[in-house]
Design a protein around this ligand. Structure first.
Ligand code: ADP
Length: 403
């Protein structure tokens, strides 16, 4: 069975075509700058690699173009779109309602639209991908996989903010958490790697990419996570501030900042970029630090310090912790960040092995803790697409068996 995984953003569509149940990627690609004068397309597959410039006006044209490339006589990997049995869509916000991946129906579409109120940048873009697939792949099962779903197991003590309860009732203001597919994927991988039941394991998962979040996973369930009502809360990120005193917002508002400017400031101009004034990319910051740039150094220090505080907090949340996992572009590739953020946690049972940490090979699942460490530490490359393909495959199979 072939499953197409779609991550539809406001001006881009990322996709991967999987052969299931083997979980083999037969093509992957990216269409960028949709709606601009020139859109960029690239596709890598078992058959050929293609790079093209095209003019793609909207998501419907975009999906149509991607399907053409997948079925192209020269570059394509399938002979007809009918070979695609299921499409798994990444959807950012599922509100309180969606606790697992679901078959997309008109009711589900209406709810994704409703939750656009909570994720105005993401849900409408995700929906554009869904609607376009509905048009061109009407034969296939469509599944929505929500970034928020894995965190539905948080209890009120973890998801409620200490603001008037009325605001939760009226506006559903609460912690939702994001990156759920990634936290779920890496925690499941580790459970498999250790050949243990998920009920036997408590894990802290650190997803460190451009966006960063950390989750406490108890017996396979998310019990706390650092992103909140929006992805702005928690760790220091590429351009997001993470936790700040909310009164800073009132203060800046009195100084004349508009709501829009504050939103832009905290989401796009803060974090590593805001502190360093150089870049949101950790690689550039390390280069700058090497050159003696003080601000790059302090940005890296703050990033690691905040991460260490959260790891400490989640050790307390979980009580007994079996493992810490690092994933995402930074978590998988930056040994220095892993080492720095685990410093001073030795007395709490986490001892990193310097050599193993530095020898971790890109793209591989590796243990980096010392044999003497009570808590095991791993680097596990994330693969949200594989998780979405797996979930979509399961639903598509169930659906096929029903009809
Ligand atoms: P996104 O969250 O957008 O998917 P990534 O997971 O790729 O992004 O994370 C981006 C961050 O990861 C950047 O700060 C970048 O410096 C870092 N990163 C990505 N790849 C590497 C690499 N090969 N070596 C070092 N750092 C990397």
């Amino acid at each position: 069975m072939k499953i197409l995984v779609i991550n539809s953003g406001s001006s881009s569509i990322k996709y991967q075509l999987f052969q299931m149940a083997e979980e083999k990627v037969i093509a992957r690609g990216l269409l960028e700058k949709i709606g601009e004068e020139t859109s960029f397309f690239n596709q890598k597959s078992i058959k050929a690699d293609v790079e093209l410039k095209e003019q793609i006006s909207n998501h419907e044209e975009g999906i149509n173009f991607i399907l053409k490339m997948l079925t192209d006589a020269k570059q394509g990997v399938i002979s007809s779109v009918n070979e695609i049995a299921g499409i798994g869509h990444r959807v950012v916000h599922g509100g309180e309602e969606f606790k697992a991946p679901v078959l997309i129906t008109d009711t589900v579409i209406a709810k994704i639209e409703k939750y656009a109120d909570l994720a105005p940048l993401h849900n409408p873009a995700n929906l554009m991908g869904i609607m376009a697939c509905k048009k061109y792949l009407s034969h296939a099962v469509q599944v929505a996989c929500f970034d928020t779903a894995f965190h539905h197991t948080l209890t009120p003590q973890a998801y409620l903010y200490a603001i008037p309860y009325e605001l939760y009732r009226k506006y559903k203001i609460r912690r939702y958490g994001f990156h759920g597919t990634s936290h779920l994927y890496v925690s499941r991988r580790l459970t498999g790697l250790l050949n243990r039941d998920k009920e036997d394991l408590n894990i802290i998962t650190c997803h460190l990419g451009n966006g960063c979040s950390i989750t406490a996973v108890e017996k396979g369930m998310s019990v706390d996570t650092s992103m909140g009502f929006t992805p702005l809360e928690g760790l220091v990120m590429g351009t997001r501030s993470g936790d700040i005193d909310p009164a800073i917002v009132f203060y800046l508002s009195q100084k004349g900042y508009s709501t829009e400017e504050l939103n832009d400031l905290l989401n796009k101009k803060s974090g590593l970029l805001g502190i360093s004034g150089i870049s949101n990319d950790m690689r550039n910051l390390f280069e700058a630090k090497e050159r003696g740039d003080e601000k790059a150094k302090i940005a890296i220090d703050i990033f690691c310090y905040r991460l260490r505080k959260y790891i400490g907090a989640y050790l307390a949340v979980l009580g007994k912790t079996d493992a810490v996992i690092f994933t995402g572009g930074i978590g998988e590739n930056q040994a220095a960040i892993r080492e720095e953020s685990l410093k001073r946690l030795e007395s709490l049972g986490i001892i990193i092995n310097k050599e193993r940490n530095e020898a971790a090979i890109k793209g591989q699942e590796m243990e980096i803790s010392d044999d003497s460490s009570a808590v095991r530490v791993y680097v596990i490359p994330t693969n949200e697409e594989a998780q979405i393909a797996f979930d979509t495959f399961e639903i598509a199979q169930r659906y096929e068996n029903q009809i």
